[in-house]
Ligand binder design. Structure first.
Ligand SMILES: Cc1ncc(COP(=O)(O)O)c(C=O)c1O
Length: 357
């Protein structure tokens, strides 16, 4: 009897014996909640980015909320963010009582468009949330020139370069997510990082309500556990090899798909890509993203729309035509360090057979 090959998942955490050992050692220590491992992970992340420090929290969404508050965003302020992103930045802005202002993206990088941001600026604009999507930096140079504090959202991009600078080192504050399938994973988790020690102190105070001299009614319980941090430390030690494997798979896809009608990822000059996602553009005659996803699923390859639903669609707002096009045409293929060569080859075969003719 022959067994059919298993489905190639769109995303999968890259964890193994190192992570198991790290968890066992935390359990043996008896210190499961926030403790020395969290501090070590914060220092490791700060060293990776070359910033003054980090404050680990329970998720990327919590990191966004803490970053906004630590930056001093208050009710009545406006915060600009792109439509083409998950709901987390919107939720964080609303949770701090500020007004989200949604703008369009650049066509090639899928990132927030500095020209659109410029048009949306007002006297009440207090911050711009800048997600670096799919592993590619946004136009930090263009955004910086607008003179408003940037919150770099590095949930999907770490280690990539824009104009000679590493993402996560340019804005007033940076947030990360360590969700199970992110570039570095702790299951769930996030971090606020910055060059600014006083901002970090405020973030640390906001993370937890206990043992504070004054009762701060904005404080919460957004702590990370030592169990999660131990996973993060282990992942961090393999970060460079994770990026190398991603780049190897991306190069194989690029070569294989160059003769198809798929639009391949564009890397604007002065930026580098770490391929958290390998996002291709479908030409109109190939079919909708939903129909292509169904066809590839039949062939055992799980693909996804890289953004579930743009924010302007949730709110029935008009005026994001570039986001609309990306939403209709972008397709995310499997890419992660634990993908085997055989899985890469099967993905290439399925995609070229299904989408070449
Ligand atoms: C760009 C971006 N920002 C923020 C988040 C929120 O992170 P979390 O799921 O850890 O709350 C995500 C999560 O997928 C994301 O992709």
């Amino acid at each position: 009897m022959t067994t059919s090959p298993s489905v190639i998942l769109h995303s999968r955490p890259t964890v193994g014996s190192d992570e198991l050992q790290a968890l066992t050692s935390v359990i043996g220590s008896g210190q499961l909640s926030q403790g020395p491992r969290v501090e070590e992970f914060e220092q490791g992340m700060a060293a990776l980015l070359g910033v003054a420090g980090g404050v680990a929290v329970s998720s990327g969404t919590a990191a966004l909320e803490v970053a906004l508050k630590a930056l001093g965003v208050t009710p009545g302020d406006e915060v600009i963010l792109p439509s083409y992103v998950c709901a987390a930045p919107w939720l964080a802005v609303v949770r701090v009582g500020a007004q989200p202002k949604i703008v369009d993206i650049e066509p090639d990088s899928y990132a927030i468009d500095p020209a659109a941001v410029k048009k949306a600026l007002s006297a009440r604009t207090s911050a711009i949330i800048v997600p670096h999507l799919f592993g590619l930096p946004a136009d930090l140079t263009g955004l910086q020139s607008l003179g408003v504090p940037l919150i770099e959202d590095c949930a999907q991009t770490l280690g990539a370069i824009e104009a000679g600078r590493q993402v996560g080192t340019v804005g007033a504050v940076t947030v990360c997510s360590f969700y199970a399938t992110k570039l570095l994973c702790t299951g769930e988790g996030g971090m606020v990082l910055s060059h600014d020690q006083s901002l970090l102190e405020r973030a640390r105070a906001l993370r937890e309500y206990d043992e504070e001299p004054a009762l701060d009614d904005r404080a919460f319980n957004y702590k990370m556990t030592d169990l999660q941090a131990a996973l993060g430390i282990s992942q961090l030690s393999r970060f460079r090899s994770f990026l190398e494997r991603r780049s190897e798979i991306a190069a194989a896809y690029r070569t294989a798909f160059s003769s198809t009608r798929l639009g391949l990822p564009v890397v604007p000059s002065g930026r580098s890509h770490v391929f958290y996602r390998f996002v291709v553009r479908l030409s109109r005659n190939i079919g909708s993203a939903a129909s292509v996803i169904a066809r590839l699923e039949q062939r055992g390859v799980q693909c996804r729309c890289p953004v579930f639903r743009p924010l302007h669609r949730y709110r029935d707002l008009a005026g994001c035509p570039v986001t609309e096009e990306a939403f209709a045409q972008a397709l995310s293929l499997p890419i992660y360090p634990s993908m085997t060569d055989e899985e890469v080859a099967r993905t290439i075969q399925a995609v070229t057979e299904e989408l070449s003719e």
